[in-house]
Write a protein that binds this ligand. Structure first.
Ligand code: PRP
Ligand code: URA
Length: 207
């Protein structure tokens, strides 16, 4: 299943990303903010655990998110601000890393580095702002499935209809929570209207 956010705050923030006046620092912070909102949507039914805490009126039994059951995995480099944002909400979540790069000519992704903790019995939140052809996400999911996670949830900011369809066909068991699905993929495999190259926008490497 995929769920595109219907939250007007999310749409507002996505449109700030599209604006070329949004420079790298604000771009990263906006990605962080969007990621925290869509992570909250994706985790609304996540496992909780009972804890006893001391409050101003004494002890209280409460339910807290079972962060031990969660692993955050950004696809670098553009996924890095998504991780930073979600770690502000869930600072003790485990993190793993995939570094992938799309070849500019072929649009095929290549994995350059991975460092993934034990995923058995755990849910992965896979973080990549852009789903263009869908190739990077499909390859990332393929890789993570080899490590036997309980479940993979994909969090994304912008996608093309073509890319989302491809990911769903390849991995129907992976739920996708995305801020915005745009109109189409262009002849250079960029999302339109899109926001350009998310990694370049985030890390000021546009020229
Ligand atoms: C971008 C983006 C995705 C990928 C999407 O990363 O962050 O990972 O392209 O394209 P796809 O759906 O066609 O695979 P890129 O490879 O440019 O690397 P970067 O994050 O270092 O900029
Ligand atoms: N990667 C991006 O950052 N943007 C696109 O439109 C396509 C791939």
């Amino acid at each position: 299943m995929y769920k595109e956010s219907s939250n007007v705050v999310v749409k507002h923030l996505v449109n700030r990303l599209r604006d070329v006046r949004t420079a790298s620092n604000e771009f990263r912070m906006t990605i962080e903010e969007i990621s925290r909102i869509i992570a909250a949507e994706a985790l609304c039914d996540f496992e909780t655990v009972s804890q006893n805490i001391n409050t101003w009126q004494g002890s209280l039994d409460v339910q807290m998110i079972e962060v031990q059951k969660l692993v955050l995995v950004p696809i670098l480099r553009a996924g890095e601000p998504m991780l930073t944002g979600i770690l502000k909400t869930l600072p003790y979540a485990r993190s793993g890393f995939l570094a992938m790069k799309r070849d500019e000519e072929t649009s095929l992704s290549k994995l350059f580095y991975e460092n993934i903790p034990n995923l058995e019995g755990r849910t992965v939140l896979l973080l990549d702002p852009m789903v263009a052809t869908g190739g990077s996400l499909i390859d990332g999911i393929d890789f993570l499935k080899g490590k036997n996670p309980k479940r993979i949830i994909s969090l994304n900011v912008l996608g093309s209809p073509e890319g989302i369809k491809k990911v769903q066909e390849a991995h129907p068991d992976v739920d996708i929570y995305i801020a915005q699905i745009d109109e189409r993929l262009d002849e250079n495999n960029y999302i339109r209207p899109g926001l350009g190259d998310a990694g370049d926008r985030a890390f000021n490497t546009n020229d």
